[in-house]
Design a protein around this ligand. Structure first.
Ligand SMILES: O=C1O[C@H](COP(=O)(O)O)[C@@H](O)[C@H](O)[C@H]1O
Length: 260
């Protein structure tokens, strides 16, 4: 897929009639991405968000071509709660997807639940997990994920990177923590923009009319500098927006027909 009449490396916007079509086509996109990565280098590195992402991932369950044992899964952000807490992004992904597919538990990289009382140590330990996975392989200054899946909140936040927060300017760390998230729970760890922006593919997923104004703000007015508009993968990385028509109703940004 490539964007029409846009400079190279511009975001590619694909819109589907409804959430079911979005789910099916996103699953096909992920399936192809994992095949391409595994054929090329024997593994697939993916980072998942919470929020609306875990349920949409259920679209992957019927796909028996997926080589789950070659996946290495990280979380783009995580709430600082036990792994079985209702607010945990891992719990949501485990319930919706990982409990339904044959992925080795060792390939799912969670936060260390013994470090919940020390945010600095917790984020350091998660950064070390990334370093362990990516050192000598797909990393230079920052890890290069094969695919990062992002959501976008109604305030334009993505991961746990919120409007006006000092973490938006973080340039060095791979993983950072916040203890003042405006959306509960307040304590979270998050990938920083340099990690997100070094991925080979980044996909925003947004559905429903409650996202309609914010998608237009981000794609039509990137100069507003909302967190989601700061996702700009470095070349040859590519950003995609997978949305439904309800969410895309106000956007002027050109749509690209979906093609694998
Ligand atoms: O708090 C969070 O919110 C964002 C956006 O959620 P969504 O429900 O609007 O998709 C999510 O991407 C992030 O992982 C999560 O921690």
């Amino acid at each position: 897929m490539s964007a029409h009449h846009q400079p190279p490396n511009s975001p590619v916007l694909v819109s589907f009639p409804d959430k079911d079509a979005l789910q099916t086509n996103l699953a096909a996109f992920i399936s192809k991405a994992q095949k391409d990565s595994i054929d090329k280098k024997g593994r697939f590195t993916i980072a998942l968000s919470g929020g609306s992402i875990p349920t949409i991932l259920r679209g992957l369950i019927p796909d028996n071509q997926i080589k789950w044992n070659h996946w290495q899964v990280f979380y783009v952000d995580e709430r600082v709660v036990p792994l079985d807490h209702p607010d945990s992004n891992h719990r949501a992904c485990a319930e919706n997807l990982f409990s339904q597919v044959p992925i080795p538990p060792a390939n799912i990289h969670t936060i260390d639940p013994t470090l919940l009382d020390d945010l600095e140590e917790l984020s350091d330990s998660y950064e070390k997990k990334l370093i362990h996975e990516f050192a000598q392989k797909d990393a230079a200054r920052f890890p290069v994920f094969d695919l990062i899946l992002l959501g976008m909140g109604p305030d334009g936040h993505t991961a746990s990177l919120f409007p006006g927060h000092e973490l938006l300017a973080e340039e060095d760390r791979w993983v950072a923590y916040i203890d003042d998230s405006p959306k509960p729970p307040p304590k979270r760890i998050t990938f920083t923009f340099p990690v997100i922006n070094h991925a080979a593919r980044v996909v925003f997923v947004a559905a429903g009319k409650e996202k309609v104004d914010m998608i237009s703000n981000v794609l039509d007015h990137p100069e507003k500098g909302l967190p989601a508009a700061r996702v700009k993968p470095v070349f040859p990385g590519q950003l995609y927006w997978f949305v439904d028509d309800a969410a895309a109703a106000k956007v002027d940004y050109p749509r690209t027909p979906f093609k694998l």
